[in-house]
Each structure stands twice: as structure tokens, then as C-alpha cells.
Design a protein around this ligand. Sequence first.
Ligand code: HAM
Length: 411
Amino acid sequence: MLQKPRGTRDFLPDEMEARRAVEWRLREVARCWGYREVCTPEFEDLELFTMRSGEGIIEEMYVFEDKGGRKLALRPEITAAVIRMYINEAKVAPKPLRWCYYADCFRYERPQKGRYRQFWQFGVELIGADTAIADAEVIMLASEMLDATGVKYELKVGHLSFVKNLLQDLEPASRRRIMAHLDKKDYEGLNTTLEGMNKSGLAETLTSLVACQDLQEAFEIAGAIPERERIERTIGYLDAANIHYSLNLGIARGLDYYTGIVFEGFADNLGAEDQILGGGVYRLAHLFGGDDVASCGFAIGFDRVMVSLGETTGRKDTVAAIICTIEGRNRALEVARAFRGAGIRTEMDLMERGFGAQLAHAAKSADFAVIIGQREAASGEVTLKNLQSGEQKMVGLEAAVTEVGAFGSRG
Ligand code: HAM
């Protein structure tokens, strides 16, 4: 028997309904903040991803050559593609641009719970606003979106300048190693690496920076930071808006295009793969032949949010099952049309089962049975049976539709 590829998943209808329900909550928040959906190709020129991150990233991607010999990659994330699209299609559009996307990404990773080779991101990119309030807007939106899903999480906000300032005298290769330790929150490895470089003092300073919860104290630890005022204002807006976050000035972020504020969200109830959101301020446009426009964005790891929510999501549709005899079928088609016209999920027997078998099936799969027997066919009414309470009555078609419709909107 053929199986699906490693690291991918199939989704059955219950799961898809739960996923769509959460997706629509995210869409609704994005819409209210003025972020409009965009869509880019599933695959891009490989160069789009190697340009900033180097050839090393090829190991983590699905890379292939097409029949024309072009080197392509399945997108491992969507930010680079969105910025490419901005340069191709919207460079002259009035700024800022508020864009969002819900799309699948592909990474050649070792699969485990919460880590897949195909996964979905809901992300936003704010392009062309280089201000403290712009940075704050994106973080506020991140927080509101996570709230809307119902997930329990912690939001951590940092800024790359602090660590960069402390590491400015190191060689680029050493700096990268230290940033990698910080990104993985591997503080033991960080200490060992720095001891190896004879820089135990720096290890202590970085450790106290990571633990520091007070912005002013962090400025003292890290020394003179040119972006100080912007950082203070951004954090000030978050506080004024009552956003729940904690400072973590050790956040390094794996993708290497970030330049300023960075932030990450972590779900309370997930294990190793608990990061459900990542984002920050970045500059990519100039690399792809555009102007050096500042952007800020984030992506929510949709699958991890769904794992975190577990069974608690999604409200099942109210289902009406039309039960009829063979003679009553033409009338049943009419009745079904009226129910569907009112937006009610309506199913008819397709197996040519007997009356009793139809009712038994409906009891397993529906909330209401709408029965059309001889009596009903003659009177033009229907018998409406609530399959939960067992209550049953003969009513007009319109009344039946209204009652089932109202049941669906109980919340
Ligand atoms: P990222 O942190 O690489 O950032 O990914 C964002 C989120 O995608 C992660 O926090 C995680 O929840 C989810 N994720 C990543 N890899 C996997 C995986 N293998 N399986 C399941 N979920 C995964 C970005 O991708 C940036 N483009 C975010 C961004 C947008 N920055 C600025 N704008």
C-alpha cells in the first residue's frame, strides 16, 4: 500500500473543519487591521533563498531542476517571495503595504510532533513603514491573532542591536556561532564556546542580558545602542496597548535577514517544538534589486497552533438528514433544496435504504431528521425530528427550515 511522503499529513474532514475555523479567525483579525491577502508561487528560483542565507540553506530545502535546467526550490517560507513580488509588482504602490498570506511551506527537516516537511504559515508583512509605531502595530497584530486562535502562549520581544553591540569585536564566524547558540537557547553551548575563545566575561554579560527583564537595565548591559529611542518608543506603545509580552534580548532568530526588533511566540502546552510564531524587522528588498525598503512581519506556525489547541476547536455544522420513501423522493429533493437554500448542511439517502435504516444512519450523522412519508407528501408538511432530544412534530416546510437554522446559530 502506498503511503504519503515522510513529514506530510492527510487531513480528514473533521480536522479540515477545525483548521478552516481557526484559519478564518486569523483572516478576520488580519482584515480588521487592513492586511490584504497575497499569493505567491509554491516554488521559486533557488537563488531567492540562497542570496541572503548562503548555499548552506540548500540542505534544508526541497531543491530540484526543472526540464529547462532551471534550479528551483519549494518555498521554505514566504517572506522572501512576498518581497520579490513587491519589487516585481508593487514597488510604486502607496506605502505602507499591509499584506497577509496563508500558505504551505516546505522544509527538509527531521519530522517529529509539530515539525513537518510540509506545514502552513499564516503570516503578515508590513512593507515600507520604518517607524516605532509600525513595529508596534505588527507585534500587536501578532498578539491579537494568537489570542483569536484561543491558544495559550507567551510572547517574547527582543532587539538584535543588544547582542550585536556586545559581539561587535568578534570575527564574523565566531559571531555566527554565538548567534546560533542564542537562537537555539543553548546557553551551555554558548558558555563552552566563549570559554574556548577566552571570553568568559562575555558569556556572563550575555547571560545577564538574556535574563534581563528591564529595558533600561538592558541598555546598561549592552552599552550605547543607536536605536535606543526607537526601541523605547516601540516598547512604550506595547505597554500602552496592554500587550502581554516579556523581554528577551537574547532572541537571535534563525533566518538571517532581521535587522531590528524581533519577536517569538511559544505555546504553553507543546514540548520541544513549542515556537508558534516568529518575526521581526528586516531588510530584503535591496538584495532582490529593489529600493532598500524597511519591512516588518511575522508568521504563525499554523500546524503547531492546531496541535496546541488539540480537540477543543471547531464547531460542527448542524446537519439535516432528509428521510423519505422512494415515492416521496421528488418531494424530498424539493425539501432538501429549501434547507440548502437557507445555508443548512443537508444530506439525502443515496443508498436506497429502507425508512428505518435511513433513520438509524441519520441518528449517527445528523442533528435533525426531516421525514417525508406518505402522510407528509400528501399534506405538504414535513415531520421534523430532533435526533438529540427525540422530540418530533409535523410542521410546514418553512417552519422546519427556520427551526433547524436557529439551532445552528446557538453558538
Ligand atoms: P520561522 O520562525 O522560520 O520564520 O517560521 C515561522 C513559524 O513557522 C515558526 O515559529 C513555527 O511555528 C513554524 N514552523 C517552522 N518550521 C516548521 C516545521 N518544520 N513544521 C511546522 N511548523 C514550522 C519565518 O518563516 C519568517 N518568514 C517569519 C517572518 C515573516 N519574518 C518576517 N516576516
